[in-house]
Write a protein that binds this ligand. Structure first.
Ligand SMILES: [Zn+2]
Length: 243
């Protein structure tokens, strides 16, 4: 039955096109379809280093040393559960001039969570951070970059600006320091060609557990900062930009 087969194929194609559009809107870091998110400004000489999934009792102190040695401040999207375990590290981030943002309480996949659970994840993380920082949290990055309109609404209701990224070190793949640097280099070059600033996604922690080894990330950051010295690059925190 060729007619039926082609009809089935057409329906399958339509469904997969729909799924493709949904995936793009929900998962592509630079998509703005489900709501506006902060990515970067238009100055190609500005770079924001951002680190997710900490605080991490092994990697975060090493990273703080590297950043201090290079005189660079960064943005840390912190998991509320880990902030409750390591409040001293969160305090150190603030004391060193870094910006601290909300990365939910437990790092769930927000695309599949009911609205009330999304609001709770964001509010609980805000409470955990504000208890330590004594100041309101202003930025939020959804775990895995996964979002849908209700995620943006919950963030807005809590006064949080949603943030995504436009360069990824892909440092969750255990490929080593060179691979992370290559990923960063190609993303930075692409943004420069487009006359955009760069918002770099890296990880000082791992959402599955505390004490995730992130030595490759720390080394890659050290080398990136050493390589870019003298290139007229300004390393900024995300509050340098707005949507
Ligand atoms: Zn994360």
């Amino acid at each position: 039955m060729p007619g039926l087969t082609s009809e089935v194929a057409a329906v399958a194609a339509a469904l997969s096109l729909g799924a493709g559009c949904w995936w793009y809107a929900a998962m592509w870091p630079e998509s703005q379809i489900f709501g506006p998110a902060l990515i970067a400004g238009n100055n190609p000489d500005q770079i924001a280093l951002t680190f997710d999934d900490g605080p991490n009792d092994t990697a975060t102190p090493m990273l703080l040393d590297v950043l201090a040695r290079h005189g660079v401040t960064a943005t840390f999207f912190v998991i509320g559960r880990f902030a409750r375990q390591q409040p001293g590290l969160v305090r150190q981030l603030l004391a060193a001039g870094h910006l601290v943002g909300n990365h939910t309480m437990n790092h769930p996949w927000l695309v599949t969570q009911p609205a009330a659970a999304i609001r709770r994840e964001l509010a609980d993380c805000n409470a955990a951070l504000e208890d330590v920082l004594g100041a309101p949290v202003r930025f939020f990055r959804p775990p895995f970059g996964a979002r849908r309109p209700v995620v943006f609404r919950a963030a807005r209701d809590l006064g949080l600006t949603p943030v995504l990224w436009n360069v990824s070190g892909n440092d969750w793949i255990p490929d080593g320091v060179e691979a992370i640097l290559e990923n960063l280099g190609s993303g930075l070059d692409r943004n420069r060609r487009r006359n955009r600033g760069s918002n770099i996604l890296l990880h000082d922690g791992g959402h599955l557990r505390m004490s995730m080894p992130r030595l490759d990330t720390v080394s890659a950051v050290d080398r990136l900062l050493a390589n870019r010295r003298g290139e007229g690059i300004e390393f900024v925190t995300l509050d340098a930009w707005s949507i």
